[in-house]
Ligand binder design. Sequence first.
Ligand code: GCO
Length: 392
Amino acid sequence: MTITFPDGFLWGVATAAHQVEGGNWNNDWWAWEHADGTRCVEPSGDTCDHFWRYPADIALLADMGFGAYRFSLEWSRIEPESGEFSAAALDHYARMIASCRDNDVLPVVTFHHFTTPRWLASRGGWHAPDVADRFGEFCERAVTRLGDEIAIACTINEPNIVSLMGYLVGDFAPGHRDMHEYSKVNENLIAAHRTAYGALKAGPGNFPVGQCVAMGDWWAPEGAEDTLTRIRHMHEGQFLDASRGDDYIGVQAYSRTRLDAKGLPIGPEEGVRVVESMGYEYWPQALEVAVRHAVEVAGVPVYVTENGIGTDDDDTRIAFVREALTGLAACIEDGLDVRGYISWSLLDNFEWALGYAPHFGLVAVDRATQERTVKRSGQWIGNVARTNTLEA
Ligand code: GCO
């Protein structure tokens, strides 16, 4: 059976500054990678040297068949000290955006993807009382320089992971575990999204603005339905509520979370295949569940801004994406307003605390030579993008 996606459906690939640029020493993550006692397995270092190699990388993704590139601005380059803005750094991102346009690729620009400048981190990061205003000011400066050529903007990537992993679980910077702080950080992230939305809409250009939320499928034992609803609202729902009235919501889905009756995570179900590099369930159906839930709660158009799998087996990646896209097509068939699908990720890159072991890329990167090699799965997804059809 051949599935044809709607006319104008957007197909893209994604990266994030800290995961691919290299040398981002002026943010909280670099400090975190080098601090004692964290669970980071290795530092990011040069990563994919994408800061310098972006022209070839953008030409490559265009050649593979993609019409959009989602990447992020590194705040610590643009505002290296509080209130001090770098015109040269903004010029760099203007050149990246121009390079997208030259290749007929729509630039999908993320304004915050997990990393925060050191000057702000040292004042409390997302817990600092003025963080929403500071982020708003950064967005205003950046959009003034870049807005004319932006195609789609994402204010904050996975605010719910920033708060969960950084302030409750403690595996990401700043490594805190404090329920009270976590709640405050959620409030600040939502306020920052609203401030940023206003700043981006007020600047030059005219493009959709939204935020990208980490979502997935959920499971809890019978009788624990209320607990499941409460936990799901804490992780996803409060951010979906905050997306109402936005131009779109970015849905990012990879797997399923299972809870016990108390609402604590219990890990994969026995007998269900596990994505070894990440330790979570192989669960391509998560995307369809997430998209349906996002539409139900937020009630705005959807772009899938991330989906993919960290594996060395290309057949597995193809099978995973095929099933995820089949679920997405079912949403579209039911009339849901889904406008695009962006693969995570263009390149094998720095997977945060897990370092370089998980391979999410559609393109392999030789860590010694920086040589890029398009994977068979990358060719396959690129072909889906180019033809706007899927053989299901
Ligand atoms: C996230 C981020 C990406 C990850 C990707 C794979 O979702 O955590 O947006 O930076 O690399 O999701 O885990």
